[in-house]
Design a protein around this ligand. Structure first.
Ligand code: SF4
Length: 347
């Protein structure tokens, strides 16, 4: 594949129109091309069967499809499926399907690797290769949607942007991809069924508010004590809890949206009553929900899961402050304990 060519998924309809008209083609062909790309999920110009062959040749002489190909998958006993995708330039990243009742949630990646270096995260240890393009993200979602229909007999019901990478470090591409996923001319998914998770890039959280986003936002908090958060999430040294809190206040004021906090229960690190008090104090800034996540230790790990008693006391404290709290069991723990491990394993 000629990687110097522009990915057709990066072009807007007016840009495709301009190209086609410049090539002596009719303007309406652009709408047909757009429908193939976004509605029918074409992954090659050969798929575009209602376009004349000479037109398809012109398109493929000038553009390419920046596809992502599923090269490996693994199934968990709990039904979770992890997929390893490969880009045209041979980078690998993961996407996951998580079935629950009659719903299937896709967990998607936005970057190949990650720069954020969170201590508990396998992806963070992989280092950073590059951002996924909006076209690659769209193709990842479209592929997972098809896989969901094939495997579970139902299309995707929800998307969580919690896979490899920090979405707010790939802001434009991620928002463009979400825009395409939600467009009526494409998959038409409601933004309310999409949740983006961030480790807390404070200025970009304000930017989301200014951009009037309509999807859900979740903050990977994991500690509400600066000294501890600095240790497990280096981003906190750049944007500390006070700055994060201010960004969340701004976000809620502008969007009226309830924030979700993700909190990984790390035994002996962030699971004491003092940690719980700091957490409920921090989350007062706006209406919220807290998801406590059970940690899955993996080999060579310096972290461990919280004990039953610590977990119960932690929950009791949060409930005593009338904050909604749920416990999320990590799914797919038998196939890869943490995000990024599949990519690591197959490297
Ligand atoms: S938890 Fe998220 S932000 Fe932190 S290193 Fe892992 S992928 Fe990056």
């Amino acid at each position: 594949m000629d990687l110097t060519k522009t990915d057709i998924r990066e072009l807007s309809q007016p840009e495709i129109e301009a190209f086609l008209v410049g090539m002596g083609e009719k303007k309406f062909r652009a709408a047909q091309v757009m429908e193939w790309i976004w509605k029918k999920g074409a992954s090659s110009f050969d798929n575009m069967s209602n376009l004349p062959k000479p037109l398809r040749d012109k398109l493929s002489d000038n553009f390419r499809f920046g596809n992502v190909e599923c090269v490996y998958s693994v199934a968990s006993v709990d039904g979770t499926r992890k997929f390893l995708f490969e880009t045209c330039d041979s980078h690998r990243f993961e996407g996951v399907l998580i079935p629950s009742g009659d719903r299937v949630t896709a967990c998607i990646s936005t970057q190949i690797g990650c720069q954020m270096g969170c201590a508990f995260c396998a992806t963070g240890q992989l280092g950073f290769k590059r951002n996924l393009t909006s076209g690659e993200m769209f193709h990842q979602v479209f592929s997972l949607d098809r896989l969901s229909s094939e495997i579970f007999g139902t299309p995707l019901s929800n998307i969580v942007i919690m896979g490899m990478g920090e979405p707010l470090m790939n802001y434009e591409n991620t928002l463009t991809a979400i825009g395409n996923i939600c467009s009526e001319k494409s998959m038409g998914m409601s933004p309310q069924r999409i949740t983006m998770s961030t480790c807390g890039i404070a200025p970009q959280i304000k930017r989301l508010a200014d951009d009037g986003i309509r999807f859900n936002l979740s903050i990977s908090l994991h500690s509400a004590i600066d000294s501890k958060r600095n240790e497990i999430m280096p981003i906190n040294r750049k944007y500390n809890l006070a700055e994060l809190s201010e960004a969340i206040r701004y976000f809620h004021e502008k969007t009226g949206t309830r924030i979700t906090y993700e909190y990984l229960m790390l035994g002996g690190i962030n699971d004491s009553l003092d940690d719980a008090r700091a957490l409920t104090e921090f989350t007062k800034v706006s209406p919220c929900k807290i998801n406590l996540i059970e940690y899955n230790p993996h080999p060579d790990d310096r972290f461990r899961k919280s004990g039953k008693v610590e977990l119960e006391n932690f929950i009791k404290h949060i409930e005593s402050r009338n904050v909604v709290v749920t416990i999320r069991k990590s799914k797919g723990s038998d196939i890869a304990a943490a995000c990024g491990q599949l990519a690591n394993m197959k490297k």
